[in-house]
Design a protein around this ligand. Structure first.
Ligand code: FE
Ligand code: FE
Ligand code: ZN
Length: 276
């Protein structure tokens, strides 16, 4: 069946528009912001657009989409009004995701802004408890983070603690970002098997649903989070080739979040397809 790969497309316009952008660069999945990444408001969903998109996705054999929450969402903010705003956004986004059933919604767990990771973990879990309605078809994914600033999710243990607090419901999973885990100190270049074994022990590989495939501008453990084009950073092509071919990962949707224009994405997607 081949690999499901795509990029992060501009979310202006509807689903059909986004699907066309993905096809233009050779993608068969894509990521998009559910609303302005820096703002709060969301465009209304047009059921006709959704219907047309679902047909399009079927015809072109699209894999699951990996929507991305806006960066303004911080479920463990210190200020209560920001937390309330974030939970509302999460609830609304999940409701909107149900228009395209069975896809993924990825978010950055949050930044504890000095409250400490234990409090961050507690607040994120409380927020998810409130927002996750049983029976939804969307899987909500916590992204593995690079650990810059006070980011929660800087290691597998922190993600596991959040999910454990909710009893590991099937509506919850993880999105594995190659730049972030590398920056977080997991050596996916020298020991991918070991990193995934660790993931399996701490979280469980059955909870890994999607991959953000990025190179990194920084060395192992830098905690910086600066993405680089595929093959031009410290992770490199050989290691990323092993990522897309790894039995535990190869069937997941792979999303490029590299600093590319459309020509660059077309080239990266073509190159990665050639690796499989
Ligand atoms: Fe992200
Ligand atoms: Fe990412
Ligand atoms: Zn990043």
């Amino acid at each position: 069946m081949g690999i499901f790969i795509g990029n992060h497309v501009s979310s202006s316009g509807g689903f059909v528009e986004m699907g066309k952008r993905a096809l233009k660069v050779g993608g068969n999945t894509f990521a998009f912001f559910t609303r302005n990444p820096r703002g709060g408001s969301a465009a209304p969903i047009d059921p006709e657009d959704v219907k047309e998109f679902l047909t399009m996705a079927r015809e072109h054999g699209f894999g699951r989409l990996v929507a991305h929450a806006p960066y303004t969402m911080n479920l463990c903010a210190a200020k209560e009004d920001i937390r309330a705003f974030s939970i509302n956004m999460l609830k609304d986004d999940i409701k909107r995701m149900e228009f395209i059933p069975g896809n993924y919604y990825n978010f950055h767990p949050g930044s504890h802004v000095g409250q400490g990771e234990a409090e961050g973990i507690r607040l994120i879990a409380e927020a998810l408890k409130e927002a996750l309605e049983p029976g939804i078809s969307t899987t909500v994914l916590l992204e593995t983070m690079a650990g810059k600033g006070s980011e929660v999710g800087r290691n597998f243990e922190e993600l596991a603690q959040i999910m454990d607090r909710l009893g590991n419901p099937k509506e919850l999973g993880v999105c594995f970002d190659t730049c972030h885990v590398w920056d977080g100190g997991y050596d996916i270049v020298g020991d991918l098997d070991g990193v995934l074994k660790r993931f399996d022990e701490v979280i469980g590989l059955e909870r890994l649903f999607a991959v953000h495939i990025n190179d990194s501008k920084n060395p192992l453990g830098a905690h910086k989070d600066r993405h680089e084009k595929i093959g031009q950073g410290n992770i490199g092509s050989e290691a990323l080739k092993r990522v897309v071919n790894h039995p535990a990962l190869k069937d997941k949707p792979f999303i490029l979040e590299t600093p590319c224009d459309d020509d660059g994405y077309t080239e990266e997607i073509r190159m990665i397809r050639g690796w499989v």
